[in-house]
Design a protein around this ligand. Structure first.
Ligand code: ZN
Length: 240
């Protein structure tokens, strides 16, 4: 099982780690700063730097078939380097921080959107170029009003933090779960709850900025009626 350093500190750009397995399915480490695709958020890219200075480019990060497995997926064309990797080798795992930063800004913005739209979420996708959130609702939504609402919550500079609660505590507070499509990961006895002071509180394992002011310029680029009971809100950056 990989130690998921990004869960407690999303600002970590790199870490020292030891290879536990390496084959064509991907590279597993004893610990990592790479976020595996999940909860709607895209997986990280980056490099694994070996002790001899050579670098294995990582194109994506995914969860493995076993609970707790994190697979670092090599970019194509690196078979020779991949074959040299052995369990026990030390590497420095470093993510593409500019890309991750965009995920963190968008991801935090989707929580602000949840606070502005009091309806269940039934779909979510967070990439480096856009984010979208599907709400289970039939009422129309106003693009300008939502963009202004996000800008207000960003300007108010709310601290963003998280805490761990027990699964029993979550079961006692079912109103915490806003999403119909993504259930909090279970089986580890504890669930991570994301808290934006006075704004939003829900189970979430993703990566976020530490204050809403760091979300910066995010606007609603599109609102789509996907079905009678689904309104899709698409977010984009207005500034880097
Ligand atoms: Zn989140």
């Amino acid at each position: 099982m990989t130690d998921e350093l990004f869960r407690d500190d999303a600002t970590l750009a790199e870490c020292a780690a030891t290879i536990t397995t390496a084959d064509e399915r991907g590279v597993q480490l004893d610990r990592t700063v790479f976020y595996p695709q999940g909860g709607g958020q895209a997986g990280d890219r980056g490099v694994l730097r070996l002790e001899d200075g050579s670098e294995l480019a990582i194109a994506d990060t995914r969860k493995g078939s076993e609970p707790g497995q994190i697979l670092h997926l090599p970019a194509p064309g690196q078979e020779a380097l991949l074959q040299r990797l052995q369990p026990g080798q030390h590497v420095t795992a470093r993510i593409d921080t500019a890309r991750r930063r965009r995920h963190m800004r968008f991801h935090t913005a989707t929580h602000l959107l949840c606070a502005l739209v009091p309806h269940p979420v039934d779909g979510c996708s967070i990439t480096a170029d856009y984010a979208r959130l599907d709400f289970h609702m039939s009422e129309p939504l106003d693009k300008e009003a939502l963009t202004a609402g996000i800008a207000r919550l960003v300007a108010e500079a709310h601290p963003v933090g998280h805490r761990w609660i027990s699964e029993a505590e979550l079961d006692a507070n079912p109103q915490l779960v806003r999403s119909m499509s993504v259930q909090p990961p279970r089986g580890q006895g504890r669930v991570r709850v994301l808290e934006i002071d006075g704004v939003d509180r829900q189970p979430c394992g993703g990566t976020h900025v530490s204050n809403t002011v760091e979300v910066g310029g995010v606007v609603v680029t599109k609102i789509e009626k996907k079905s009678a009971m689904t309104r899709r809100v698409v977010l984009g950056f207005s500034s880097s």
